[in-house]
Write a protein that binds this ligand. Structure first.
Ligand SMILES: NC(=O)c1ccc[n+]([C@@H]2O[C@H](COP(=O)([O-])OP(=O)(O)OC[C@H]3O[C@@H](n4cnc5c(N)ncnc54)[C@H](OP(=O)(O)O)[C@@H]3O)[C@@H](O)[C@H]2O)c1
Length: 295
């Protein structure tokens, strides 16, 4: 495998190009000024993909930081998502307009359904997902969204949506990290041509997994860099989040070494049963984004 570079892009099924490494933006309790500054800094050192969501309530600061960076809009790739209580046709149309206004952008590069089963929708989540998708398809056709997809969808969530979708699901943003490699959904998405964006890619790096530590030593890298390289070589797009300048840079320095196929598989095989993960079939904690102040 070629090592690639930080500026490499992949292509989604509709031909839109997407950066191969992105920047996560969710951090609880951080101020607008810090967010603007870190986003500006990340864009200036070469990050192009920025992952936000209406739930994060930080789209205003993300937009401001990106404008301040001076990077042309067409080089950037902004991801946002519709949160649970906004799922449905009319409400999704409305919340997309809200995100566009908060970002102060004319289009969003990739828009996702954040979670498959909102609270109190165990009985009708398939219809709800489809109504949400129809609104996203409308905005896609109008040029407000350049690509559309989902997040936290397992195969049985994806199947009904894919069967009814007029515009294909292009991306699935899933938790993927050392200790929690989700092999089944990875394989399914590869078969279906759905690009995986790997969220929380650094979770678990501080757990002292011997294989991760040994590889870090072998390649003179940090465990974070090994974890990111592993995800990239598996064909995923990791979106590490850091608000520390050194680590923001460190997380980009993953294009000058290659893990062997056996090392990739070794990291895939680590399954840490002690770690708690919220399963997509659960309704997830009720989070009322309207109770939060936008930054
Ligand atoms: N779609 C979804 O449902 C979903 C869910 C969760 C997250 N996400 C997205 O994915 C992004 C990333 O996930 P995440 O924020 O949960 O976790 P993450 O990126 O895996 O880890 C972030 C943590 O790692 C630390 N860190 C960053 N770089 C490091 C390095 N090189 N060495 C050691 N520690 C490092 C950060 O601290 P410092 O800031 O101090 O560096 C922070 O505490 C989020 O920001 C969000 O955009 C999406």
């Amino acid at each position: 495998m070629t090592r690639g570079s930080f500026s490499d892009r992949r292509h989604l099924v509709n031909g839109v190009s997407i950066p191969g490494l992105g920047f996560g933006t969710y951090k609880h309790g951080v101020t607008s000024a810090t967010t603007v500054e870190m986003i500006r800094h990340a864009a200036q050192i070469g990050y192009r993909l920025f992952d936000t969501a209406s739930l994060y309530a930080n789209e205003r600061s993300i937009g401001a930081g990106l404008r301040r960076s001076g990077v042309p809009r067409e080089e950037l790739f902004v991801v946002s998502k519709v949160w649970n209580q906004d799922q449905g046709y009319e409400s999704t149309l409305a919340v997309i307009e809200e995100s566009l206004a908060d970002l102060r952008m004319e289009y969003i590069d990739l828009y996702l359904i954040h979670w498959p089963i909102p609270a109190d929708h165990d009985h009708d989540w398939k219809d709800l997902n489809l109504a949400t998708w129809r609104a996203m398809e409308k905005c896609y056709r109008e040029g407000k969204l350049r690509a559309i997809g989902v997040s936290n969808f397992l195969e049985h969530h994806l199947q009904p949506l894919m069967a009814a979708a007029e515009i294909p699901v292009m991306v699935n943003e899933m938790e993927m990290n050392v200790g929690y490699y989700q092999r089944e959904i990875h394989r399914f998405c590869l078969e279906q041509g759905i690009q995986i964006v790997a969220y929380s890619p650094l979770k678990g790096i501080d757990r002292g997994y011997p294989a991760l530590e040994q590889l870090a030593q072998k390649y003179s890298r940090t465990p974070a860099q090994i974890a990111l390289r592993w995800l990239i070589q598996l064909g995923m797009i990791p979106i590490p989040r850091s608000y520390d300048r050194e680590r923001i840079k460190e997380n980009t320095e993953v294009f000058d070494f290659n893990l062997t196929p056996a090392e990739l598989e070794l990291l895939c095989s680590i399954q840490d049963a002690d770690r708690h993960h919220q399963h997509p079939d659960s309704a997830r904690i009720r989070i009322d984004r309207y109770a939060k102040q936008k930054i």
